[in-house]
Ligand binder design. Structure first.
Ligand code: NAD
Ligand code: IPM
Ligand code: MN
Length: 349
């Protein structure tokens, strides 16, 4: 009997390439620690949607919910589906319907030369992005379309329980990991309905007296992350700001080819994905960096309770970044498959 049932949804664009390249690396690190997987590959993607009209059918959702220990997604998004319907249904659909309220996005500088900053500081922070509400619920309306009063309203939802649970998750993780500082970010100076974030941050934070609490408006935080990223340890914020800040963070440490994320609800199976999208211009060329997908596998292993193989994947990435081969996005000239082969060799060596 394999230890874990893993569902793979390679998706669109570079998604299948990075999953095919990265998964054997992840499986090797796991096997070296006597961990085995039964993997199921699911076809949900733009191709599947265009051929069948299906995004994520109910039976597949139920299978993912009831019969998997973790889900891995490559990337979703395709110019042939201009309103992104399938990606919203599959990616956002799974986050929402599985109630994976924590989007855990580490930002770590694996090698000094990868930062565009002149003086490379130590960068090692985690963004806790709220993942089930904010601007992402799809609530809103269009009125008077075609008339002079045409209006499109997108609602931002901040529930007490939703804000409370992401803040608590960030505080608890920070305490467990021995962090000293936690930064909450909102835009409550312009959006008064966001004040609940500040109130609950103080209320919950009072229970964690060893953690220094600080607040930054998101515009100022974006600036400070560029000027002094080394001072941040844990950033907790809403869905949209977390989305934007995680790409900013990725930009500080080598780009999207290295950024991994985990969608979590403690006690339930998680959904793991690189932060990057389907990168249509790179698709099919064997140029995408598979490291984000490998590091995503490390997040999965850690969430399943296996820090050793997770650490050996991170070590393999560090080794290969330092000595090559690497893909173009981080300064090399090698292909996806060649980098993956080097990572596989580095695992456990
Ligand atoms: P993108 O992440 O696909 O690409 C942004 C930039 O990063 C591009 O320059 C791309 O070449 C580069 N890049 C991304 N991944 C890389 C990798 N592994 N190696 C090297 N370079 C890499 O974002 P986008 O162009 O804004 O979006 C493309 C599509 O992907 C859209 O349909 C979007 O909605 C979708 N998307 C999906 C996800 C997801 O599935 N999780 C995330 C973001 C965007
Ligand atoms: C991400 C992506 C998604 C998001 C898109 C594709 C809907 O940008 O995972 O960061 O906004 O959450
Ligand atoms: Mn994003």
């Amino acid at each position: 009997m394999p230890d874990y049932r893993i569902a793979l949804i390679p998706g669109d664009g570079i998604g299948p390439e990075v999953i095919d390249a990265a998964w054997p690396v992840v499986a090797k690190a796991a096997a070296a620690n006597d961990i085995t997987f039964a993997t199921t590959r699911l076809p949900y993607s733009a191709d599947h949607f265009l051929a069948t009209g299906e995004t994520l059918p109910d039976h597949a959702f139920e299978q993912l919910r009831d019969e998997s220990d973790a889900i891995i997604i490559g990337a979703l998004g395709d110019p042939r589906v201009p309103d992104n319907e399938h990606a919203r249904d599959i990616l956002l659909g799974l986050r929402f319907k599985l109630d994976l309220y924590i989007n855990f996005r580490p930002v770590r500088l694996w090698h000094e030369r990868l930062t565009p900053l002149k003086h490379a500081p130590r960068i090692d922070l985690v963004i806790f992005r709220e993942n089930t509400e904010g601007q992402y619920t799809g609530r809103g309306r269009s009125e008077g379309v075609g008339s002079p009063t045409e209006e499109h309203v997108s609602e931002e939802v901040n529930t007490r329980s939703g804000v409370e649970r992401i803040l608590r998750a960030a505080f608890e993780w920070a305490q467990r990991e021995g962090k000293r500082r936690i930064t909450m970010s909102d835009k409550s100076n312009a959006i008064p309905f966001q004040r609940i974030w500040g109130e609950l941050f103080e209320e919950i934070g009072a229970g964690f007296p060893n953690l220094e609490r600080e607040h930054r408006y998101v515009d100022a935080l974006a600036m400070e992350m560029v000027r002094d990223p080394g001072r941040f340890e844990v950033i907790v914020t809403n869905n949209l700001y977390g989305d934007i800040l995680s790409d900013l963070g990725a930009g500080l440490v080598g780009g999207l080819g290295l950024a991994a994320s985990a969608n979590l609800h403690p006690g339930r199976p998680g959904l793991f994905e690189p932060v990057h999208g389907s990168a249509p211009p790179l698709a099919g060329k064997d140029v995408a960096n598979p490291m984000a997908a490998v590091l995503t596998g490390a997040l999965m292993l850690r969430a399943l309770g296996h820090p050793r193989p997770a650490g050996s994947l991170e070590q393999a990435v560090t080794t290969v970044i330092a000595g090559g081969p690497t893909t173009e996005d981080i300064g090399g000239a090698s292909g996806t498959t060649e980098v993956a082969r080097a990572l596989e060799e580095a695992v456990g060596s």
